[in-house]
Design a protein around this ligand. Structure first.
Ligand code: A3P
Length: 303
């Protein structure tokens, strides 16, 4: 990265990024809210592919899988740039870098686009253009743990405080991008009206090959067994942890401090058991039951 740009970025990180505001009751970075009109007016294209997730659900993993499907398993091409450059994040406005919407605007089709917005905050052009969406959902308990570590290492987000404090904040939906419950339910309901493939992180861990096949079918791509082998291997946890294009090691530590926690951290189903106290688990299960009742959604918290 250009040293001057880095210097400016470091200065911005200290001031703007940490500030959070709200849009329709959803906590978002103030820098995102600053360009809200521009985000709402974002022009999707018919051949875009949108990867939508609640933070920490496996976004980066899905990005890499879809990129490789579109490239028919060409690993060299998939290494053309870091994942956050290849796939613009339309929610992000991290000055002095170009915003996600500006980066997407100048990108050639077919574009892969990332968002963490809950369904009600989506720019309408995605629905007008009938864009294909892959939504990745991950069980709430593992999401909470992963987000806790992420908020500690991502210097653009507020410090999460103690685990106890974070448990309460997450359960109440007082975290960036809002409530996990509303997010997963909102996108689940939307799949009946739009072209949305709803994928579970736990299914991807259980049988990545099956899920890659499902995704490629949704995208209208036929993959040979050989290409499937390549994609499965290149998007495995260990391969992505070692790959500088996917492990965020190209970002300076004043953005992502990986000495606090790695971006590609554990990649497990059930890590919550190492963090939830028995009392927290009981409390969370009660809230969960109330919030998820009648949603038709079933998550696995262990395999
Ligand atoms: P953990 O913190 O539980 O390890 P996102 O990309 O949405 O921010 O999600 C990050 C989470 O996905 C992290 O979870 C990360 O380790 C996990 N992850 C990333 N790549 C993965 C892969 N190839 N296989 C399994 N998990 C992966």
């Amino acid at each position: 990265m250009d040293p001057k740009l880095l210097e400016k970025l470091e200065e911005e990180m200290k001031t703007i990024h940490l500030k959070m505001g709200e849009i329709q009751g959803i906590m978002l970075p103030e820098s995102t809210i600053d360009i809200w009109e521009k985000i709402c007016n974002f022009q999707a294209r018919e051949d875009d592919i949108l990867i939508a997730t609640y933070p920490k659900a496996g976004t980066t993993w899905m990005q890499e899988i879809v990129d490789l499907i579109m490239l028919n398993g060409d690993v060299e091409k998939s290494m053309r740039a870091p994942c956050f450059i290849k796939v613009p994040f339309i929610d992000l406005n991290a000055k002095p870098m170009v915003s996600g919407v500006d980066a997407a605007d100048v990108m050639e089709s077919p574009r892969l686009i990332k968002t963490h917005f809950p369904i009600q905050l989506m720019p309408p052009s995605f629905w007008e253009k009938n864009v294909k969406v892959i939504y990745v959902a991950r069980n709430a308990k593992d999401c909470m743990v992963s987000y806790f570590y992420f908020q500690r290492m991502n210097k653009g987000l507020p410090d999460p405080g103690t685990w106890n404090e974070y448990f309460s904040a997450f359960t109440a939906g007082n975290v960036p991008w809002g409530s996990w419950f509303d997010h997963v339910i909102g996108w689940w309901k939307a799949k009946d009206e739009h072209q949305i493939l709803y994928v579970f992180y736990e299914d991807m861990i259980e049988d990545p090959r099956r899920e890659i096949r499902k995704i490629s079918k949704f995208l209208g791509k036929e993959l040979t067994e050989e290409v499937l082998d390549i994609i499965q291997h290149h998007t495995s946890f260990n391969a992505m942890k070692e790959n500088p294009m996917t492990n965020f090691s190209v970002l300076p530590s004043f953005v992502f401090d990986q000495s606090v926690s790695s971006f590609i951290r554990k990649g497990k189903v059930g890590d919550w058991k190492n963090h939830f106290l028995v009392t927290q688990n009981t409390l969370f299960d009660e809230v969960y039951k109330k919030r998820m009742e009648g949603s038709g959604l079933n998550f696995r918290t262990e395999l």
